[in-house]
Every structure is written in structure tokens, then in C-alpha cells.
Design a protein around this ligand. Structure first.
Ligand code: PHE
Length: 480
């Protein structure tokens, strides 16, 4: 039997039968917060947010993005943590465990597929970061002007063997962390490095704001021209919100399943969202003033930060040291995200293989253990990376979809279609389809405040989130 009640600003879930079925769990509350924040804060904030904002009108994008974070971020983050904590399982088993039937299994397959496609392009961007770290060590950017930096990036990104090598390196590092299981790897890394990254970014923002002409960039980023808010901008902002917060693809379900019993879901979610949004806005404050001060184009696309960042770092005092430190931190921020991405697939493969039955006898087959699953996931990821790199460097005509290379397709389809679809599924699942007592849970409370919070959460999850996602979809398709 399960009893749910709401406390002032939190949903406290007391499971009388069995709490977590996981045998590994985070040793401290802060460990889980840092790991979830480590998943959220990554290249989505520092690489993707500035380039998408730059392509979609700066200030116009920022305001829509912030609305999306408020509207979707909190309820969906809470929902994913809730699903994981309550079921004690990763995305594969969680939906079946909670619903008691297999009707929602498609959602776990969607999560796994999304994780796989994201890994296909995310590791390549992580590879760019490692390449830039390597070059920062060798002081390659010293004295390069605006044009030379752009040419340099183009040369790096079109070098097939180099790109494959640098993208496979983070796969190996991520696999190594997962090989030694969740606690040891993720917790230790995130605790130390996240604050250091924030500090470094603050220093860079301070330097950039001293550049001549930086105010043009600040205006571009903070002044809202409402006429620039189009259905496309809204769609991109929603996708970016899901991508940046790692929601809609099960990563946080897995982390929820490792949550200590007494951890507060609401407070954890608010902390993760605040940190993630802060880093994204800070990235905008660093990139846009520099874009205008140095004469770059804000709508440059995915390469934007890779041409602007070295130019900024060259202006910092102790430029060699600053560059090496910044790219090291960026690589680690990327790795804490890839760890959570790969974990989705690793846990999925372990649990899915345990569920497979032998065709004749109907007995369970031998499930893959964690190590085998890590190896299999890494191998599949490397195949995807190679295909993506080949399609980007123009080596293979047939590896494009409607004229777009696989990198762009994976980037676009995961953020703008698959993650919103996953989020839609999860909100309908928890909001409408869970057994009765679970459904009433967050809305039932003894004190008035508790009751209100639970009711608002449920109403938003049942109505606002699914309806808003559907409207944005139909609107961007031109149907409404
Ligand atoms: N949120 C991560 C980032 O901002 C990317 C990510 C997406 C990680 C989905 C895990 C799952 O970089």
C-alpha cells in the first residue's frame, strides 16, 4: 500500500511496501542534485543555447525560452524524478512497474531511441571540445583573427579521421565511468567541478563586458522584439528547454530511481532548473557581446561558440592558462551529460535483456550484465558517430536526409520532436493513467498549502503541459 501526502512545497512519497528497489543509491542528497545538474548543465547550455538563440532573434528567443522553462521545466522534472523514485527502475521497467501492464512500454523505447540519437551528435560536439582543449594546450589560437578562427573550425570539423578520433575519446571516458558504476563516477566529478565552471564563466563574462561594443550584444540578447516571435521560435525554445534540462527521454527517471528515500523531489527539481538556466543565460552574456564586439554573425550556427570562445579567451589575462582551464571544464561538463545519456541506454539494455524469454521454453534468458551492456552501448554509439561524421564531412551522399546531414537531423529531431513527444507521453501517463490512489496522491494533503501545491502540480501536468505541447506542434506544422 502506498500513502502520498504533500508538504508545504513538496510532494513527499511514502511507499510502505518497498521504497527503492535499486541496490545502488546516491550517498548524499547533494550528490544526486549535483549529478542531475551535471546531466542538465552541459553543451546544451554553452554550445547549443547561444547558437539557437542567435539564429532565433536573441531577446525574442530568450523570453520564450524562460516561459518554456517555467511552464514545462518544473512539472516535467518533478514527474521524471517521481517516476524513477516511485518505481525504483530506469525508463525500461518504470512504466510497466507503475502501470502494472505493458501498454506504456513504447515510451521506454522512445526514451532509449532518443538517448541513442542524441549521443550520435553530442559526442561529436564533445569531440570538438576535446580537440579545442588539445589545441589550447599547444597555443594554436594565439594571434588568430576572426576569419582565421572560422576557417580553423571548418578545417577541424571536416577532418574525418581527426573528428572520429576525438569523438570516440569521450565515448571511452564515459564508458569507463559507467563501468565503475554510478556512485563512484558521477558524484565525485560533479561536486567539485560545477562550481569551478560557474566561477570561470563569471570571470569570462566580466572580461567580455569590458570590450568595446559589448553593449550591442547585450541589447541583442536582452531586448525583446516581439515581432520576431514566430511559431518556429516557439518550437525551437521548447525543444531547447527539454534538451537543456535533459527531460523527455528518461535520463532523470534513472537518477530518480537512485534517489535517497528522504530526498525532496520539488526542491531538487527547483535547484537543478535554477542552476541550468543560470548557466545558459551566463553563456549568452559571454557569447553575444563578444560576437558583436569582434564582428561575428550571431546566426553563425553550430560553430558559433567554437569561433567566438577562443577569441574571448585570447583576451583574458593568462590566456594560455585560461583557455586550458576553460576547455577542460567544458569537456568535463560535457562528460557529466554524456554519462547520464549513456546510462539511459546501459540501464535499458540490462533491464530489457533480463526481460527477454527464450522462445521455446519461455524461461528467462541470461541477462546482459552491466559491463556487457556498457560495451554494447559504446559499440553502437561509435557506429552512429562514424555515420554522423561521414555525413557531415560530405564523404557519403546517401547519408543525408532531405539535404541535411545526420548531425543536423539528429540535433533537430531529438529536441523538437522526440523529447517533446516523450514529455507528452510522461505527462499523460502520470497525469491520467496511473492507478487511482497514485493519481490522487499529490493532490491530497492535510494542510491547505499542501493541498494547493499538489492540485496545481496535477492540473498543470494534466492540462497545461500536454495541451501546450500539442498546440506548439500543430502550430509549427502550420495546422493551427
Ligand atoms: N542537458 C544536456 C545539456 O544541456 C544534454 C542532455 C540531454 C543530457 C538529454 C542528457 C539527456 O548539455
Amino acid at each position: 500500500m502506498h500513502v502520498y501526502f504533500v508538504r508545504t512545497n513538496r510532494i513527499h512519497i511514502k511507499d510502505m511496501a518497498n521504497e527503492s528497489k535499486r541496490n545502488t543509491s546516491f550517498t548524499s542528497k547533494i550528490g544526486l542534485i549535483m549529478a542531475a545538474a551535471g546531466s542538465a548543465v552541459g553543451l546544451g547550455n554553452i554550445w547549443k543555447f547561444p547558437y539557437i538563440a542567435g539564429e532565433n532573434g536573441g531577446g525574442a528567443f530568450l523570453i520564450v525560452y524562460l516561459i518554456c522553462v517555467a511552464l514545462f521545466g518544473l512539472p516535467l522534472l518533478m514527474t521524471e524524478f517521481f517516476i524513477g523514485k516511485r518505481s525504483g527502475k530506469s525508463a525500461f521497467g518504470a512504466f510497466r512497474e507503475l502501470s502494472g501492464n505493458g501498454r506504456w512500454q513504447w515510451l521506454s523505447w522512445l526514451c532509449m531511441l532518443t538517448a541513442m540519437l542524441i549521443m550520435g551528435f553530442y559526442f561529436i560536439v564533445t569531440g570538438w571540445c576535446f580537440n579545442y582543449l588539445f589545441e589550447a594546450f599547444r597555443n594554436t589560437f594565439d594571434g588568430l583573427g576572426t576569419e582565421a578562427l572560422a576557417e580553423h573550425f571548418a578545417a577541424v570539423a571536416s577532418n574525418t579521421p581527426r573528428m572520429i578520433g576525438f569523438s570516440v575519446l569521450p565515448v571511452v571516458l564515459t564508458a569507463a565511468v559507467l563501468w565503475f558504476d554510478v556512485n563512484a563516477g558521477i558524484e565525485r566529478l560533479s561536486k567539485i567541478l560545477m562550481p569551478l565552471l560557474l566561477l570561470m564563466m563569471l570571470l569570462m563574462a566580466g572580461r567580455v563586458l569590458m570590450l568595446d561594443g559589448s553593449n550591442v550584444g547585450m541589447r541583442f540578447f536582452f531586448q525583446t522584439d516581439f515581432s520576431k516571435i514566430t511559431p518556429r521560435v516557439i518550437m525551437e525554445a521548447m525543444g531547447q528547454c527539454f534538451f537543456s534540462l535533459s527531460i523527455g527521454m528518461g535520463a532523470l527517471i534513472t537518477y530518480g530511481s537512485y534517489m535517497p528515500k528522504n530526498q525532496n523531489i520539488t526542491a531538487t527539481s527547483i535547484q537543478v532548473i535554477t542552476l541550468d538556466t543560470l548557466v545558459a543565460v551566463l553563456a549568452g552574456v559571454i557569447i553575444f557581446p563578444a560576437v558583436f564586439a569582434f564582428g561575428f554573425d550571431p546566426a553563425e550556427g553550430p560553430q558559433l561558440v567554437f569561433v567566438v570562445l577562443p577569441a574571448i579567451l585570447e583576451q583574458m589575462s593568462f590566456s594560455w592558462f585560461s583557455s586550458v582551464l576553460f576547455f577542460t571544464l567544458l569537456c568535463i561538463a560535457a562528460l557529466t551529460s554524456t554519462i547520464s545519456l549513456m546510462e539511459v541506454m546501459v540501464a535499458f539494455i540490462c533491464e530489457a535483456s533480463a526481460a527477454v524469454r527464450k522462445p521455446k521454453s519461455g524461461h528467462p534468458g541470461r541477462p546482459l550484465n552491466r559491463h556487457q551492456s556498457v560495451l554494447l552501448t559504446s559499440a553502437m554509439t561509435i557506429v552512429l558517430i562514424v555515420l554522423c561524421v561521414l555525413s557531415m564531412t560530405g564523404k557519403t551522399e546517401w547519408l543525408t536526409i532531405m539535404g541535411h546531414n545526420l548531425f543536423d537531423c539528429f540535433d533537430e529531431i531529438t529536441s523538437c520532436v522526440m523529447m517533446p513527444l516523450g514529455a507528452l507521453g510522461m505527462s499523460v501517463f502520470v497525469g491520467w493513467c496511473l492507478p487511482n490512489e497514485t493519481l490522487k496522491g499529490p493532490a491530497r494533503g492535510t494542510r491547505r498549502t499542501k493541498r494547493w501545491f499538489g492540485k496545481i502540480y496535477l492540473a498543470v501536468l494534466r492540462w497545461v503541459v500536454p495541451v501546450a505541447i500539442m498546440i506548439i506542434f500543430l502550430n509549427s506544422l502550420g495546422i493551427i
